[in-house]
Design a binder for this molecule. Sequence first.
Ligand code: AKG
Ligand code: FE2
Length: 366
Amino acid sequence: MALSTLLPDETLTPVDTKKAKLVQTINPVEEIHAVQPELIKSSYPEVLSSESHSDFRDELARNGFAVVKGAIPPERAAHYREKAKDWLLSFGGKLDFENRETWTDENLPSQNVIRTFASYCVAHEKFMWDARQETGVLDAFSRLWGTDKLLVSFDSLNVTFPNRLDVPRRQPWEHIDQSPLKRGVHCVQGIINLSPSGPEDGGLVVYPRSHRYNDELFDSMSVEDKQSWLPLKDIYFFKKEQLDWFHERGVKAHKVCAEPGDLILWDSRTIHYGSDPMDSSSQIRTAIYAAYTPASMASPDQLALKKQVFEKYGGTTHWPHDHIVVRNSHVMLPDGSRDPRDRDEPLEMPEKSDQLLRLAGVKAYD
Ligand SMILES: O=C(O)CCC(=O)C(=O)O
Ligand SMILES: [Fe+2]
């Protein structure tokens, strides 16, 4: 589950119990002796299996992440960044991008647990859909999966102000967005990067090559510890001693640096987190999360739900084809009333072209 789209009450809600099956071994006196959760293989085992493409796929396969330079021309990246700014300013209030004093919750629309914007129909704003349909972005994911018949997630917008005065910096939250039960490539996540992201700026931190070690770590866990993987949920947080285990193997945190217009990709098995800007950074982070998977991965049930979410201009996790939940997407205030700034539709409607509707899962591919 992409935390970027979690609503406050859903932090770690198990999302899918149906797929996680139990294999029980019965001892001679017929009492349940051990319960081994059954592993789930990738339906695309050949994806990222080779490192000889001579493009970003090799790095993605080798290191578990890659930066596709200039996937979007810089002027269009700047345009999307401005649109994100306009969107934030459209809520009124005292927010001023030039005045740090105003970068407070009071002046911002409601955020989710990881302080990204997932409500107010933002996932369906025209600028979000335009960015998701950028040729360089679609090409990268088409090449990766070997098909251009893709679905995209209705994921959130990240605008992170540096050195906020009202909230503490977020601590690292090392995780993967794929269940330990799922083996192989099941999902590749994307960040459409819209602001400079240097070593001290906010942005994605990854543990390069961690995707190659996870199976070993997970297999070494006791059958009792494996019970925490059930019911199946596509998120797993790492404990300090587990991170030490990676460190011993030379696998450690690395801040991904990128320019506006770069597309950052990572295998959902790669340990990662979104880092807040350091004290020394004055850069406002702007990024759009967007993941694409082949439409053939979605079941008819999930597609039907995705259509309903689309019609309500709602959001999803970063999984484009799975974990679709039709939520009441109203933004509620602490006193239980609906946020008067809430919206039933995007501020600026996207053009509902065939391409958009296919990516949204609303119209079938031929
Ligand atoms: O903000 C980021 O760079 C990462 C957020 C994250 O972990 C996710 O979208 O899965
Ligand atoms: Fe994540």
